[in-house]
Design a protein. Structure first.
Length: 329
């Protein structure tokens, strides 16, 4: 097997700080991984594809911004996706994959300052807290390159529950998920393996953000159901109050109260079950999506969908274990 870790200080990183990136790179390089910069990574991926050895190749991105050398646009035609299609494995940590495209520092410095400010204002360019720049692809990146829809979490976020599959691959340390993906439509689908699931309390589906403004103005059937369910919750309380007033005024308590109480209990139960199931929908915080039928353990492997404040020894071991995992290991 050919193990590589990508690290290049000429290109930006986002949620994974430069110091954490260096820590990961140092750990993996001491454990048999070759360190490659953005240019060398592109050359290596092309060689893996051309020599039909991608299925024996793994690259860990120690920086959570893809360099322009391996992803020229948010498209399945990019080099990184071709590497996946050929049976390669990419291990990604930190912010949403392909949400940003890394630009080499010298290329950014050549852009006039007024133009740079305008690009930032219009959302074409983003700047992190370390003063580094990247092209902002947004949700077009993960959706177009990988075919996945991320979920933007509000606080409090759900803690990842490591699945049996994740444990089998050597994943042990859970975390609080911030950028999971939607599992609906993927259940029972052999191309997606969930390593860690989360049950967020206040999710904001990225699918709604992807819609164009004119589409957002349309009233969808799910939104109508959601609104009606809120009204249904008021029905039992109103019905019971009306029944109590009538019973008091007429003395017909048995004839009025009992049927309405029964209906109220049923409505409250249905209302509770609906919201319980809705709020407890599972999302994937750690996952592997396969792109090559011939090599089911290959593909895009996602971990740590949050911004870590530390990366300890156990996390490094987990990262190493999932990167080198094979069916026989």
């Amino acid at each position: 097997m050919d193990y590589v870790v990508y690290s290049d200080e000429r290109y930006p990183t986002w949620w994974i700080s430069r110091s954490f990136s260096n820590k990961i790179t140092s750990f993996l390089s001491k454990n048999g991984f070759q360190v490659k910069n953005a240019d060398d990574l592109a050359t290596w991926m092309k060689a893996c594809i051309g020599q039909n050895t991608a299925h024996k190749s793994v690259v860990v991105f120690s920086q959570d911004v893809v360099p322009s050398t391996v992803c020229h646009s948010p498209s399945p035609a990019c080099l990184a996706r071709t590497f996946l299609d050929s049976g390669g494995r990419i291990v990604w940590i930190g912010d949403n994959p392909f949400y940003y495209q890394g630009i080499i520092a010298t290329a950014v410095s050549s852009i006039p300052e007024t133009d740079r400010k305008e690009m930032i204002r219009t959302g074409l360019l983003a700047q992190n807290n370390q003063g580094e720049f990247a092209r902002h692809w947004g949700l077009d990146g993960p959706y177009c390159v990988l075919g996945v829809i991320p979920v933007f979490m509000s606080s409090p976020s759900g803690k990842v529950k490591i699945t049996k599959k994740g444990k089998a691959w050597g994943l042990l340390r859970p975390w609080y998920s911030n950028r999971p993906i939607i599992k609906k439509g993927w259940s029972r689908h052999r191309r997606l393996s969930v390593f860690g699931s989360s049950r967020p309390i206040y999710p904001i589906p990225a699918k709604k953000i992807i819609l164009q403004p004119e589409e957002e103005r349309r009233i969808s059937f799910p939104s109508i159901l959601s609104s009606l369910s809120g009204l249904v919750g008021l029905v039992p309380a109103i019905a019971t109050a009306v029944a109590a007033i009538l019973a008091f005024l007429t003395g017909w308590a048995p004839a009025i109260i009992y049927p309405l109480v029964g209906v109220s209990v049923l409505l409250i139960g249905a209302y509770g079950v609906y919201w319980h199931l809705r709020l407890r929908e599972d999302f994937a915080g750690a996952w592997l999506k396969n792109f090559c039928d011939s090599y089911p353990e290959s593909g895009f492997l996602r971990l740590w969908d949050y911004e870590p404040i530390e990366i300890d020894d156990q996390m490094l071991k987990d990262l190493y274990n999932v990167a080198i995992h094979t069916e026989s290991s």
